[in-house]
Design a protein around this ligand. Structure first.
Ligand code: FCB
Length: 480
């Protein structure tokens, strides 16, 4: 038992001074204005406009119109006492075809957003890539092609030149696992391809893109800029204590986690990943020097966490439950893992059907901190969708969301008490928004958005989280 486990549950938790309290969003999920000021389609525009791909045919055409309402949204954050804001830049807005010079109007939008944030005392944390590849680059082969990694580094340099004087916190990729394996493996995300070899090639070129982008950022940014990558590390739990289920967990850890952590932080792909996927590819697309290019010093590792991943090995010929919480597809997002079954963890669930398990966040943070000592961590996404209801007086009372955040912040605090160097927490999300293949059907916002009027209303969880952020003290929401 660790020291933190013996603490009374009701005691207030005080977070370290300087801990960053924020919310997170992504460009395609909130901006709208998809045809304005020179922006051209990204793979998510194409995908969402393809019938059958997104729930009820929803698209990000208008989203929550953040492109026009960003001042109001920054004011909301300031009113809520937020100290930081994680947002992403739309590549198609600043370098429409993925090639050539930057479009100043596109960059101006982000300049104005950042200036507004800084004026409100909110630290901007910029993510370069949150899944919205310019469609022209997908037409040229997309992430399975090496040239996309090179294009990404050039784009990183353009954004750094434009915003490096005012943004201190930079993230290269958001959840490359989703880009590679949901985008090119199961096909539930854009561009919707279902080819396991293309997915593995995409994974490598996302890694390479990260490494080349870090080099471009270092060259363009002031020396004290903080560089990170956001990974949705899977907290993989074997369903039973059997050696078979331990083997299943090892394999999912390899293709879910170590496929990124290995080259990015340790300078090599895990050998067991090569063995597990040998039937599909010989990995000859990894060229000499690639892993050295990917292995760049980082200032922070950013972790996105929602729910644990429970796995078992399925005996040959047996029917397997297949529910990894990443949408329905007959194609697996886990190359080389066809005999592994995914199970929903028992207990309470969110509207996504994801099990609520804060202890897995504690385990993830403490294990990652122990493996990479000296590399500070930040939780760059955590949060929950619930079936929020607006009361007759227009307020939204969402005690489940506050309870979810409280439990996970308590886990973060416990991890810090037990030695993990966690520097901040970004709630997903500031606003209800376009939740990818689920369209507008799943609401993750601290702030409710009426999709007809686009009116923003902070939910009760936002008021509670605001008090936590202002005081740096975590109290159970019930008492708030
Ligand atoms: C993460 C994504 C984010 C949002 C949340 C719910 O995987 O990074 O954009 O969709 O899930």
């Amino acid at each position: 038992m660790t020291a933190s486990e013996t603490r009374p549950l009701t005691a207030a938790r005080t977070f370290p001074p300087g801990f960053l309290w924020g919310t997170a969003t992504a460009a395609y999920q909130i901006e709208g204005a998809v045809r304005e000021d020179g922006r051209t389609p990204s793979i998510w525009d194409t995908f969402s406009h393809t019938p059958g791909k997104v729930f009820a045919g929803h698209t990000g055409d208008v989203a929550v119109d953040h492109y026009h309402r960003f001042r109001e949204d920054v004011r909301l954050m300031a009113d809520l006492g937020m100290g930081a804001y994680r947002f992403s830049v739309s590549w198609s807005r600043v370098q429409p075809t993925g090639r050539g010079p930057a479009v100043q109007k596109g960059l101006d939008f982000y300049r104005q957003l950042v200036d507004e944030l800084l004026a409100a005392g909110i630290a901007p944390a910029l993510t370069l890539y949150h899944w919205d590849l310019p469609q022209d680059l997908e037409d040229a082969g997309g992430w399975p092609e090496r040239s996309t990694a090179e294009r990404f580094a050039e784009y990183a340099g353009l954004v750094a030149d434009a915003l490096g004087d005012r943004v201190a916190r930079w993230t290269t990729l958001n959840e490359p696992w989703c880009s590679a394996f949901l985008g090119y493996g199961s096909g539930v995300h854009a561009p919707g391809r279902t080819d396991p070899v293309a997915a593995l090639r995409a994974a490598h070129h996302l890694n390479l893109g990260h490494g080349l982008a870090v080099q471009a950022l270092r060259a363009a940014l002031p020396a004290d800029a903080q560089l990170a990558v956001s990974l949705n590390l899977h907290e993989v739990r074997p369903r039973t204590a059997s050696p078979e289920d331990a083997e299943a967990a090892r394999r999912i850890d390899a293709v879910g986690n170590r496929i990124w952590l290995g080259p990015m932080l340790e300078g090599a792909y895990p050998q067991d990943l090569f063995r597990d996927t040998a039937r599909l590819t010989d990995w000859s697309f990894v060229r000499d020097g690639d892993t050295a290019a990917i292995h760049q010093p980082l200032d922070l590792l950013a972790v996105n966490y929602y729910t644990p991943t429970v796995v078992s090995l399925v005996a040959a010929g047996r029917e397997k439950p297949q529910d990894d919480g990443h949408g329905d597809s007959e194609h697996s997002p886990w190359p080389g893992a066809d005999d592994i079954a995914f199970h929903r963890a028992p207990g309470e669930r969110t509207a996504m059907g994801w099990a609520v398990d804060a202890s897995a966040l504690y385990d993830l943070l403490t294990r990652t901190a122990a493996r990479y000592p000296g590399l500070p961590l930040v939780v760059s996404e955590n949060g929950a969708a619930y079936e929020d209801e607006t009361g007759p007086d227009g307020t939204v009372h969402d005690p489940e969301r506050a309870a979810y955040i409280h439990a996970h912040l308590d886990a973060v605090h416990r991890a810090i008490s037990d030695g993990a160097d966690v520097r901040g927490y970004f709630l997903w999300s500031l606003l209800d928004n376009f939740e990818w293949a689920y369209g507008y059907a799943k609401r993750f916002g601290a702030v409710h958005v009426d999709y007809v009027t686009l009116k923003r209303t902070p939910k009760s969880s936002a008021h509670w989280y605001s008090r936590v952020a202002r005081t740096g003290q975590l109290h159970p929401p019930g008492g708030a």
